[in-house]
Design a protein around this ligand. Structure first.
Ligand SMILES: [Zn+2]
Length: 286
């Protein structure tokens, strides 16, 4: 017997206040995966809360706005985050993590293993050392398991080495979060070169939700890759007004041609996806 996958897309429901959230959180199975794409300005930061109450933070955004967001969504005392993943060392992903590592007990920090010589990244590495968390260099093909039904598969990682500002995007950790029959692909800032490289995963790329690569720039999200992932919705982490004019019209037209519903943090605020492993709902702040 197979269970059909169904996704319900709804927006603007956050306006209906906390009561609705609580109702939504009373699941039939008691097992809800919560993924929140945080509106932190021009950068990436995503918080995942697992059905077993573990927390995963992917990137920390360009500033300390992430602290305010975490205060809103993480209630454990002492403050803890089980796993922090830094996709790559660019400032719009790493900066917020510096203060997060100073304030939260972290179990495991996953990095791409590529050194970028910047003040921000050096500060992050120092904060990681002082935090006392275990540090793991991601390797493609590895998976981090969170109980028997939830895992984070590492689809792409560069291996240890050095990088520079120009090619750091292509060192992004690409990962797929799989919860039963539901999945989200996280691209970091990976460009088309990496998309092409991971096309070898074939059917394994298929995901319900795609965290769009590189804030919707024209250098990512090529048609062949979008049709391989075939997501029902795409999330772009981007500031509403940004000097890069992201998301780019070229990428937006590819999403439209691929029939992918796009949600932008800059327009929608925090974007929350709840899933019981078979269905999912998207809620937006605005
Ligand atoms: Zn970025």
């Amino acid at each position: 017997m197979s269970i059909k996958r169904k996704i319900i897309i709804s927006s603007g429901l956050l306006l209906v206040t906390l009561a609705v959230w609580i109702l939504v959180l009373i699941p039939k199975t008691g097992q809800i995966l919560e993924t929140i794409f945080l509106d932190v300005g021009q950068g990436d930061s995503i918080l995942i809360k697992t059905p077993q109450n573990q927390s995963i933070l992917i990137d920390g955004g360009p500033n300390n706005k992430v602290l305010e967001k975490l205060g809103k969504y993480i209630f454990s005392l002492p403050k803890k985050i089980d796993v922090v993943i830094l996709t790559h060392p660019h400032a719009d992903h790493v900066t917020g993590l510096i203060e997060v590592l100073k304030r939260y007990n972290v179990g495991l920090i996953v990095i791409n293993g590529v050194y970028l010589k910047t003040d921000n990244y050096n500060q992050f590495l120092n904060a990681a050392k002082n935090n006392g968390a275990k540090v793991l260099i991601a390797e493609a093909g590895e998976a981090i398991h969170f109980g028997k039904d939830l895992e984070f598969d590492i689809i792409a990682a560069p291996g240890a080495g050095a990088t520079n500002d120009n090619n750091a995007n292509e060192t992004s950790i690409v990962g797929k979060l799989i919860y039963k029959d539901f999945s989200i692909m996280f691209m970091g800032d990976a460009p088309a070169k990496i998309e092409n490289k991971i096309m070898a995963y074939g059917e394994g790329l298929k995901s319900d939700i795609l965290k769009i690569g590189h804030h919707g720039s024209k250098y990512s999200s090529f048609m062949n890759f979008l049709s391989a992932v075939a997501p029902k919705a795409g999330i772009i982490e981007v500031a509403e007004k940004n000097i890069y004019n992201l998301p780019s019209p070229a990428a937006l037209s590819r999403f439209a041609m691929s029939g992918i519903n796009i949600f932008e943090t800059g327009k929608k605020g925090d974007i929350k996806i709840l899933s019981d492993g078979f269905t999912a709902s998207i809620f937006t702040e605005h």
